[in-house]
Each structure stands twice: as C-alpha cells, then as structure tokens.
Design a protein around this ligand. Sequence first.
Ligand SMILES: Cc1ncc(COP(=O)(O)O)c(C=O)c1O
Length: 476
Amino acid sequence: MESNAVSAHEPNRRLELTPERMRELGYRAVDMVVSHLATLRQQSVGRTAPRAELEKLLRKPPPEQPAAPLDVLEALGRDVLPNTLHVNHPRFFGFIPSPGNYVSAVADFLAAGFNVFAGTWLAGSAVAEIELVTIDWLRQFCGLPETAGGLFVSGGSVANLTGLAVARQVRLGGRTAGAVVYYSDQTHSAVERGLRTLGFEPPQLRKIPADRRLRLSPETVRREIAADRAAGRVPFCLVANVGTTNTGAVDPLPELAALCRDERLWLHADGAYGAAAALSPRARPLLAGLEQTDSLALDPHKWLFQPFEIGCLLVRQAGWLRQTFTVHPEYMKDTFRPEAEPNFCEWGVQLTRSTRALKLWMSLKVFGVDAFRRAITEGLGLAELAEAELRRRPGWRIVTPAQLAIVSFRYEPSGMPPEDSEAINRRLVEKMRDDGFALLTSTILNEQTVLRLCTINPRTTHDDIRQTIARLAGAV
Ligand SMILES: Cc1ncc(COP(=O)(O)O)c(C=O)c1O
C-alpha cells in the first residue's frame, strides 16, 4: 500500500528520512509558513485555548510507532499553531510584540539543519566570526567604544542576568555581601529575578519609586546611596531603563551616568526593547547616554525583528566577559585558542549554543540597515497616530504619550465613577481578545488599570491602527 508513513523500508532506525521525504516535509513546512505570513493580516490575532481542550487534543502516550511526517505536520497546523497568539500579527499590540521576519526564520532553519556549534572557535569558527561582526554592528548602533564586546543569549532576561553577573565579578570579585543595587519600580521583573539568581537578597535591592514621568530620579538615587553608605553598605550598581515595558520611558541616562561616575557605581542598562531605537535618527536623541553604559541588554527578538530566541549583552570592555566566565576544563583543552579567536562559551554561561547571530546577520544583509532604521522609525509614528486617534475621541485619557512606540491610555469619561471606569478598562482587554481583530494588554500605573499599545511591527498600517481604535471605542 502506498503511504507516506515512515516505513520499515526507510532508514527509520537511523532517524533519517530519504532525501525525497526530507524535501517533501521541508517544502510543505515552508508552504505553511509562507501561507501563514502572507495571510496574517486577514487572520485573527490568534487564540488562547483552555487547558481542558488542549489536554483532549494533545495528551497521548509516547508514540512508539512511526507516523507519516506530513500527517504530523498537518496535525501541527490544525491543533497546535492556531492555538497560539500570533505575536508577529500586524495588530498584535500587547506586551512587547515580536514582529519577526521570514529571512531570519530561514536562517534558524539553516542553523538547525547544519546544527552548527557556536560555543567554540574550533567547531564554529565562521559563525563565531559572524557573531563578532554582528555584535560589533550593534555596538556601533549603540555608540559604545571599540573596546566593547558582547554575545547573543536567549533573550532579555538572560542578557540582563549575564550583564549583572559581569558587574558582580568585575566590581565585587563575585561577592555580593553588603552590596546594593538601585533601580526604579518601572524596571522589568527580569532584573530582579536576575539579581536574586545571582545571590542578592531583598534588603540589597533598592526599588525606587519612579518620578511623575515614570523615570528614575538621579536626586532620589543620590539620597539612597548616601543613606546606604552611612549605614556601612556598599552601593554597587545602578540599572537604568532604556524603554520601560509599561510605557516606553527612558531613564535620564546622561545624569545617571554622571552619578555612577561620581559614586563609582556600575551602570547597567536594560534596553531589551528600547535600545534598538538607537538606529532611528528620530529616537536617537532620547537615548543619549547609551554609549556611557558599562553593560547593556538588548533584545533583537523585539524591535530588531528577529524570531525568538535572541537577546544580546554588550559590555564596555570585551575582556570583562572572559574575566567573568572563563573556566578551562581538561576535556576542552583542544579548543583553547589565541585570544583573537574567542570561544563564546568562555564569554557567557552556555557551552553548547546555536548560532543566534546568523539570523540577525542574514536579515541585516538581505534587507539592509536602512530598512531596519525606517521600520523602527515607522513604529514610533504608529504610536503617535494611535495617540492622536484617541485624543480626538471623547472619554479617552492619554496616560503617557507615545514614547518609543508605546502609548498608554484609559477610558475615563468625565463624571464616570472611578470603579466603573476601572471595570470598563479591564473588560476592554478581554473584549478585544475575544473579538480577535487586534490584541492589546493592560498594566497598572498609579494603582489604575491602563491600556497600552506597543506598535513596533513594521507591517502594521495606519488603517490597522485606526480600525483598532475604532473597535476599542465600539467595545466600550
Ligand atoms: C524592558 C524589558 N526587559 C527585559 C525583558 C525580558 O526579556 P525576555 O522576555 O526576552 O527574556 C523584557 C521583555 O519584554 C523587557 O521588555
């Protein structure tokens, strides 16, 4: 019987497919991705399925017997992929979207297909060179000195963790006792999680209430530092936000950098989503001071349009990475190289690692940096358009104006009791999610629910924004 199941006649026990079957599966997968991407605007923003439904659909014993690859692919397309939110959808405005791009998806496929090992120069020399080059491009975009270096990691959380580990090593010799870290209450939870992972305890963390513009006030930090010094503690590191997740606020970097110099503090910046805006001439002035950071986390899987997972850490002196992470086990002795040929496994916590650099490098080459620059600038304008659309409708209050492609707002008509307005705003998020046309998420600012749109997808049109605001108004 003719079947496309992997049969005993095929080299299944070697976990191989025949070249024909490999092509068939690969071409079909490409077709699925291309159809998905080409019709994304016409689709809903995706679906969150209830656990019970997914258990029924997907809970099966381990599959002892082989199945036809195309059947498995079909089930994936039917049962799995539609039951996710499409974070690359042009009307996905929630959290920080990940617009992604097709070229980088192909690069990820190539990286997996060739299974390139990017942990050592010996195994992955050319991809290590591509990582050095691509990291250097990001260094240039952010204005860090030529002494700077960095590496790609899984995302912003690990980039922050890695940067803070470097700070701890370089400034404290790895000891945390008595050291204090300063950051605002608008800082992403990844920073606190990273600090906890590194052994800092709650009394060592100064989470300082942000000012009226939701930025870290240098004066307040200065007072906290003085109090800590007076109490015999060791002020050690300040974490600045380069685009908060809540509102896109950027902490006053030049003043904070000066403060860190005066007080001999390490300046780490979390630019997971915002630092990419350094590429846009419109946003660049907002990010002044970025070049003065000792370590900087940024996330190409956000505003540099890469598919998950790719985060990046840049540090002011490339040598700090080795100083923090090098260990030389005997079974790796064949991999030791001259310093000019680095082993990225000595620059971070991962030994075995894929080449995340490849996708960023390939997409920058295919589209060109100017396309990225324009795409980022376009995102800034989309949030401004959303703000303008909301301002001209009665009942809507702009809570924070468009900054770094985030606008936050509330439905709050005059005379409406605060509890009612709170309930309406909460309900709006659910209504929009149920509707599926566009997705936005909420946050809390000054103890109130606030809606926010993050408009970093370069495929979002002005019409998408206008229609989304109209639907939102219609859902009140
Ligand atoms: C400002 C900021 N920092 C850190 C993170 C964490 O990054 P990741 O989710 O890539 O680990 C995010 C994620 O949205 C973020 O917006």
